[in-house]
Structure formats: structure tokens, C-alpha cells
Write a protein that binds this ligand. Structure first.
Ligand code: TRP
Length: 469
């Protein structure tokens, strides 16, 4: 086995590394913007329910598989379930490659925002015009360059192996990120848009949510918690048998959800407090896609004590949050080639990253630089129209495919594997609990019935074009 089977230094080490994988662009960038697009309220509620009934049990399931097999990816499923189940590992690696290809592009934006904030901190802030972000997106060479920079950073770390590097780095960076986020939210709480923001995020009105919102909320729960492609199997495989799976999973899920909600509160408050921003976003002049990179500088430079120093720091932390997520994705993809083909780590990382980067080029050019790539859509094509909904552009299509289909289907596989295929006695013995244990029963019945039923029902509903509203 080429992978070093060492273990996390402590339970805290696992929690930090796993929440480093979970907390990323999914929380800071994606959750706020899709919540905005789905009109908040009902979407947030569906998201929270999905986190509880799908996210938490499936996270425990993935960690369980890794810890019990002491292996990651396809080999873990093969060891516990045989050759057939190892397909689940390969599906996961494919999904990981797809996500990486566009995630790198967005991650590159954080590097750009960092430079931009440095400039503002030194030379004074002036609010960018409404077409500034659009111009940035459609600058092809710049997009490719930023993506390449981020890809190289990721390669540099994955090459060395994930091991102690990530664990110790996340232990320092995550607490700083939490503190900065709290400071952001507290500052935002003094802005006039606060009440409107809370109303938008927490007052539930199902009539306001587009039908696609249900699938997107579930997909986002998988994406944000790093589930559905075996990343948590890998991280679980380094866990000590004495550490509680339930307890660790609850920590990771809570931290991740808290981050997503706080990011939403801060960003919505800023948009709804600044009339120019509100007008631009409501009129669709500023694509909501860039919300994180447009709204927060506004807060730093106009409202906040010390914002001049904190703005560049914040985007370093965003880049770091993204990096601790791309590491787990890169590891899943590379380790598949190491395990399956017996490649050296160096060869596996360089080749898989090269292939993923080729995909990134298409994603990077699909934000305006290339008309064809930016506008491609399957809206009116049979079957594909259902899968891809009304999304357009390579980046949007890949994101929709991976987050809303591949991850839930991968998660469904894990529920069936742990809930139905593995023997009860085996699970009880591995966990060291009795059949009458309440937490065990809640978990296993959720994996057996509730979670698979919810995923299958949702897939059928979407495939038959059901309109929920
Ligand atoms: N959870 C990360 C985020 O929210 C993205 C991510 C990292 C991921 N690793 C993953 C998503 C594995 C699915 C599976 O940004």
C-alpha cells in the first residue's frame, strides 16, 4: 500500500481536517448565492432538513466505512463489500475530478480579490462599477492564469501527501477564520439592512422557491459537507478506533452549517444595506455568482474598524479554506490512480492534476471569454434538459451535474451499503455498542429507510418534471 496509514494526532485533528474539507467555497461563495437565487427562507429550511436527515447520517456512514476498512476510496468498499461495491469509489473519483475542475476557477478568484484588496488598502477604496466583475470574468487569460496558480498550490501540497501538513495548518487557520467571520457578522449587525436580511433568510414561504430549489438544497448539503464521493471515507480511514464517530460528525456538521449561515447573514445584510449594491444585485447587473467577492470588500472598507488590514487577510483565509477543500478532492482523485494502477504518488498527482486542469480551462473560459462555452445549454434537449435543468455555460453545467446528481447518487450508494449490505453484527462490533443503543438505531434506520427514500423520491420527482411550487 503506497498510502501511509498513519492516524490523526488527536480527535481534534480529525475534526479540524474534516471541517477544513467541509468549510470552503461551498459555504462562503456558493451557499449565499444560491440561497439568494432561491429567495431564501424555504430554501434554507429544506437545506437544514437535508443536513439533518441526509448529511449527518451519511457523514457517519462514510467515516464508518473508512474507519472499519482502514482504507480509502474504492479499496475500502472492495475490502468490506467486494468488487461490485468498489464502483462506488470510482464514481466518487470521477465526481471529484469534475468538481475540482471548476472549483479551481472560483478558488482563483480569491487570489485576485486578495491583490485587489491590497491595492485598496494601500491606495484607498473606490466602489467598483457594476460591470467590473463581468469584465473580470470574461478576461480569459486572467481566469486561466489564476486557475493555474491555484492548481499549482494544490499540486505542491498533495504531492507531499496530506498527512501532518493539513492537520497542523488547519488547526491554525480554522480558528482565525471563525473569529474573522464572527467579527464580520457583528459589524454587519449594525447596518440597516439587518432585519431585511434575517427576514429573507429565515421567513419561510414555499411559494417563493423555484421547484429546482429542492434538488439544489439537497445537492448543496452534500457539496458543503464534502459527502458523496468518499472524501470522508479517506479521512475516516485515519481515525483511531477509540474516537467517537457520532461525536466527530456532529462537530463537523455543526461547524459547517454555522459557517454557511453566518456567511449568508453577513452578505445579505451588506447587500440590503447599501442602496447601490441592492439595486445592482436585484436588477441582475451584478451576477449573484460573484457575491462573496463583491459584497465583503464593501463592508471591510466602509464599515469596519481595521478593515484595511482585515480585508486582504480575509481573502487569504478564503483561499486557504478553498485549498483545504481542494486537497481532499485532489487526494481522492490521485489516490484512485495510486491504488488502482499502482502509480507513484508523484506520477498520479501530476497526471490527474494535468487532466483536471484541461477541464478547468473550459470552465475558466465559460464565464464570458468564449461565447460558445458560456452559453451552451441543454434546456431543450430531451433527458439532458432534465438532468441539467436550465443551467448554461460549462462551469454552471458541471457544478449542477456534480453537486445535484453525482453526489446524491454517491450518497445513496453509501446508505445502501452501510444500511443494507453490511451485517448488523459487524457494525455493532466495530462501533463497540449494543443493538439496543438509541443513537445506533436512529442512525441505522435513517440510513436504511429515511435517507434512501428521500433521495430516491427526489430523483423521481425531478425526473418526472414535478413542479413543487
Ligand atoms: N465541502 C467543500 C466546500 O464546501 C467542497 C468539497 C471538498 C467537497 N471536498 C469535497 C465536496 C468532497 C464534495 C465532496 O467548499
Amino acid at each position: 500500500m503506497t498510502i501511509q496509514r498513519d492516524s490523526w494526532g488527536s480527535k481534534l485533528g480529525f475534526i479540524m481536517a474534516a471541517s477544513g474539507s467541509a468549510v470552503g467555497l461551498g459555504n462562503l461563495w456558493k451557499f449565499p448565492y444560491i440561497t439568494w437565487e432561491n429567495n431564501g427562507g424555504a430554501f434554507v429550511l429544506v437545506y437544514l432538513v437535508a443536513v439533518m436527515i441526509l448529511g449527518l447520517p451519511i457523514m457517519m456512514g462514510e467515516i464508518f466505512v473508512g474507519r472499519a476498512a482502514h482504507l480509502s476510496g474504492a479499496p475500502a468498499y472492495k475490502k468490506l463489500g467486494g468488487l461490485g461495491w468498489s464502483k462506488l469509489g470510482y464514481l466518487g473519483a470521477a465526481a471529484g475530478g469534475i468538481i475540482l475542475s471548476y472549483y479551481m476557477v472560483i478558488a482563483g478568484w480569491s487570489l485576485y480579490s486578495f491583490w485587489q484588496c491590497l491595492g485598496w488598502s494601500l491606495g484607498g477604496y473606490d466602489m467598483p462599477s457594476s460591470d467590473a466583475f463581468g469584465n473580470f470574468l470574461s478576461n480569459g487569460p486572467l481566469q486561466i492564469g489564476l486557475t493555474l496558480m491555484f492548481t499549482l498550490m494544490n499540486v505542491g501540497i498533495v504531492l507531499r501527501g496530506v498527512g501532518r501538513g493539513i492537520e497542523s495548518a488547519t488547526k491554525i487557520m480554522m480558528p482565525i477564520l471563525v473569529l474573522l467571520m464572527l467579527y464580520l457578522v457583528i459589524t454587519a449587525m449594525f447596518m440597516p439592512g439587518r432585519n431585511d436580511a434575517f427576514a429573507m433568510i429565515f421567513s419561510v414561504d414555499f411559494a417563493n422557491m423555484p421547484a429546482m430549489g429542492y434538488l439544489e438544497a439537497v445537492g448543496q448539503a452534500f457539496f458543503s459537507l464534502s459527502l458523496g464521493l468518499g472524501a470522508m471515507v479517506a479521512y475516516g480511514s485515519y481515525m483511531k478506533k477509540t474516537d467517537s464517530i457520532t461525536n466527530s460528525a456532529i462537530w463537523v456538521v455543526s461547524l459547517d452549517t454555522l459557517f454557511a449561515l453566518l456567511a449568508c447573514v453577513a452578505m445579505f445584510t451588506i447587500i440590503l444595506s447599501v442602496p447601490e449594491l441592492k439595486a445592482q444585485v436585484s436588477a441582475g447587473e451584478v451576477g449573484t455568482v460573484g457575491m462573496l467577492f463583491i459584497t465583503l470588500p464593501q463592508l471591510f472598507y466602509t464599515q469596519m474598524q481595521g478593515g484595511v488590514v482585515l480585508a486582504p487577510l480575509f481573502f487569504i483565509l478564503v483561499a486557504f479554506a478553498a485549498l483545504s477543500s481542494t486537497l481532499s478532492l485532489g487526494e481522492v482523485v490521485a489516490s484512485m490512480m495510486i491504488d488502482r494502477r499502482g502509480w507513484s504518488r508523484k506520477k498520479a498527482v501530476l497526471i490527474t492534476s494535468g487532466v483536471v486542469f484541461c477541464g478547468s480551462i473550459f470552465a475558466a473560459l465559460s464565464l464570458g471569454a468564449s461565447q460558445t462555452l458560456s452559453q451552451v445549454t441543454f434546456r431543450d434537449v430531451p433527458v439532458l434538459g432534465i438532468i441539467f435543468s436550465s443551467k448554461s455555460g460549462i462551469l454552471g453545467l458541471l457544478d449542477h451535474l456534480a453537486a445535484n446528481w453525482l453526489l446524491p447518487i454517491g450518497g445513496l450508494g453509501t446508505t445502501l451499503f452501510v444500511g443494507w449490505f453490511l451485517k448488523n453484527d459487524f457494525i455493532l462490533k466495530e462501533l463497540g455498542v449494543k443493538n439496543s443503543n438509541v443513537v445506533f438505531n436512529l442512525w441505522i434506520w435513517c440510513l436504511r429507510i429515511v435517507a434512501p427514500a428521500a433521495i430516491i423520491a427526489l430523483i423521481i420527482a425531478v425526473a418526472t418534471g414535478k413542479d413543487f411550487s
